[in-house]
Write a protein that binds this ligand. Sequence first.
Ligand SMILES: Cc1cc2nc3c(=O)[nH]c(=O)nc-3n(C[C@H](O)[C@H](O)[C@H](O)COP(=O)(O)OP(=O)(O)OC[C@H]3O[C@@H](n4cnc5c(N)ncnc54)[C@H](O)[C@@H]3O)c2cc1C
Length: 435
Amino acid sequence: MMDTAIVLFTRDLRLADNPALTAAVSAARHVVPLFVHDPAIAAGPVRGAFLAGCLADLRAGLRARGAGLVERRGDPVTEVLRLAGELRAGHGTGGGSGAGGAGRGSGAGTIGVSCAADVSAFAQARQRRLAAACAAAGLHLRLFDQLTVVPPGELVPAGGDSYKIFTPYWRRWQAVVRPGTTQAPDRVTLPPGVRPTDGPEGSGGERAAHARLAAWRDSWESYADGHDDLAGDRTSRLSAHLHFGTLSPRALLDGPEAFVRQVCWRDFYHQVLHAFPRLTARPFKNVVEDWVDDPESYAAWCAGMTGVPLVDAGMRQLAAEGFMHNRARMVVASFLTKHLRIDWRLGAAHFMAHLADADVANNYGNWQWTAGTGNDTRPYRRFNPVRQGYQHDPRGDYVRRHVPELADLAGPVVHEPWKLPRSRTKGYPRPIIEL
Ligand SMILES: Cc1cc2nc3c(=O)[nH]c(=O)nc-3n(C[C@H](O)[C@H](O)[C@H](O)COP(=O)(O)OP(=O)(O)OC[C@H]3O[C@@H](n4cnc5c(N)ncnc54)[C@H](O)[C@@H]3O)c2cc1C
């Protein structure tokens, strides 16, 4: 048996169905749950607050199991190696039980590191550095595929490195047999003398994710009919939990098919990013890009002041809530790239800065899909924001909720306020382009 396993949490901030943690608990006498606050990852205020809630709950859960969370600040690879060095030197291993034995092969003193495998260019580079550093230091590293339902790279089409079209991926994905989810470990035992970091406890994170899921299960049968209803807000709102891993995506597989299909889209984009980590910077398809430089229109789009009500409602929902309905995300992204002809990279960057669920795979995958440079089989499609408004917000309630200048207008005319005298639209701008 290994003496000590360091479990490096990244965006798998849960105790249940966390194979990296479960394996560490069964393979090692002592376990050090570690989270490293990495200053290289700029989480804006919304994501920062969400992350703080996740960590508060993780601390509480680990304390309840006899351990706690060790937290460091800096580069995760450096901090893992530093911690391993401290454990070897016997700092915090009390009685010298862990000191001196590491590197001698097996038995007391061996130290392992467990961590979730991830797919972005940043995460892949971090993993490579971690693997090299662990090999050099004689630490046994194990990476676990636990961020998605099916590991990225497991399903590969004949003659390719990844699926580029969703439907064939979905068919293969549905046929994969998945093991059930696992429970949180009952106990996590720190090495003698190791003190977890002080920090507030709270009930965000994993507990909030399970509460949200339990509440939403009651209505998920209406997902197929209701998920595009902008005002009804009838989607799960689990995306930030899935991003930070406070909920295992495998806990969602008993949902209705239309919903599970969306969970599969998440896997799909993760396998795209795994195979093509430059997705954040380069067009996925071999296309010539021709974007216009128009800072004024971009600023109007960011501020929700384009004069196109559904676009502005979406952008203002993002600013107010750190969330935007999927249908609105498609409409605002299409408007930026296909109407204004502004580079998808600018739109994606704005989303990354403001979404609580900002996720490299899902964000860049969807932006490229909408811009026509990615995985859409109909790359020239363009969403008409007025028609989308009449279709998915037929009473205009979504627009009224997010655009106060139009709140007093009755009915769906909110989607075309330019048909009304200016006096009735309270300073709301006229559209910045002809629709
Ligand atoms: C331009 C654009 C940018 C986007 N950026 C992000 C992002 O940064 N992070 C993010 O998680 N999602 C992103 N999405 C996908 C989708 O809009 C959100 O996942 C969804 O709106 C979150 O709400 P929900 O949890 O209520 O979703 P639900 O409809 O309840 O779906 C359940 C889960 O399935 C996954 N999912 C749903 N739709 C998609 C999709 N189109 N692609 C991939 N996964 C999906 C999400 O994890 C979601 O939580 C983006 C979509 C577009 C069009």
